[in-house]
Ligand binder design. Structure first.
Ligand SMILES: N[C@@H](CCC(=O)N[C@@H](CS)C(=O)NCC(=O)O)C(=O)O
Length: 287
């Protein structure tokens, strides 16, 4: 692969977290584009470094990632990936065909909105739930008070206090069920990638979400009867850029994810069965 040193396109600073899904998307893109020489600034989310006033001047939402290119700040992981695709010189990650590009943007929008929320709901109703419930009430409330987004805080609270009975978890199950079903049909008709022959930003947007729910032991529930998605996921994980980007919740966290998956996985499987049997009835339960 042709390599672009950050030196030749100017200075790139990436503020990221090693175990954040949104940061992983950006690191995969940097590696796919062969951009090296970027400066890594690790923000430790569990140490609340995202709330440091200096960092919040770059990212007022107190979230990672943030990219600074020659002094210009770029936020939002999918916007950063698109930006890197434009400034990097090696193989494009966006199709030239207008319809395929629109389709790619649909996948990215879906993953930014629905998948992002669903994986957060899965995490906060399982592994983060156990972690937050083991804290004192005061420490827990401090965590929620620091959040910058009311909707997100509401979702997190619901998942922590209700666990898999939270309506957000049922929504997450519905999202994964519908997405993997649609994906399986599309990959069957025109694989090997979502847009056909070209690996694109659509794969990069989705991959870290797949990895996180596979670490939670939930992925199998949705893909065990979907061979085209299972093959696609194997192919994604074999990409050198995916491997180099270090996509994982981290070796120290992994045992807690596996344990939470064992504990909560049966409830997720049960919700999936209920949803498949009666998708509209499931929706009514929460009216
Ligand atoms: N839409 C944003 C979301 C960024 C985001 O939620 N980042 C998470 C990590 S994946 C974060 O910084 N969380 C910090 C916190 O929850 O306090 C993007 O795609 O960049």
């Amino acid at each position: 692969m042709q390599s672009t040193s950050a030196g030749s396109i100017g200075k790139i600073d990436l503020y990221h977290s090693l175990e954040s899904i949104c940061s992983e998307r950006v690191r995969i893109t940097l590696h796919e584009k062969g951009i090296d020489g970027w400066v890594s600034h690790v923000i430790r989310l569990f140490e609340d470094e995202q709330f440091d006033p200096e960092y919040m001047r770059l990212n007022p939402k107190a979230q990672v990632p943030t990219l600074v290119h020659n002094g210009n700040v770029v936020r939002e992981s999918s916007i950063i990936c698109d930006y890197l695709d434009r400034i990097g010189s090696s193989l494009p990650l966006k199709p030239g065909d207008s319809w395929k590009r629109a389709r790619m943007q649909e996948w990215i929008k879906f993953s930014d909105e629905t998948l992002y929320q669903s994986v957060s709901s899965f995490s906060f109703s399982s592994v983060f739930r156990d972690r937050l419930l083991s804290k004192s009430e005061e420490a827990r409330e401090t965590h929620f008070r620091k959040q910058t987004d009311l909707e997100r805080t509401h979702r997190q609270r619901s998942c922590v206090f209700l666990g898999t009975a939270s309506p957000y978890v049922l929504r997450a199950v519905a999202a994964w069920e519908k997405m993997t079903s649609d994906m399986d049909k599309e990959l069957d008709s025109h694989g090997p990638w979502l847009l056909g022959e070209q690996f694109s930003l659509a794969e990069i947007a989705l991959a870290p979400f797949f990895k996180r729910i596979s670490e939670l032991q939930y992925l199998q529930i949705f893909i065990e009867d979907r061979p085209h998605v299972a093959d696609w996921w194997q192919r994604v994980q074999q990409r050198p850029a995916y491997i180099a980007a270090g996509v994982t919740c981290g070796p120290q966290e992994l045992p807690a994810y596996i344990e939470a998956g064992r504990k909560y996985g049966p409830a997720i499987r049960e919700l999936r069965e209920q949803y498949r049997a009666d998708p509209y009835g499931c929706g009514k339960r929460y009216k």
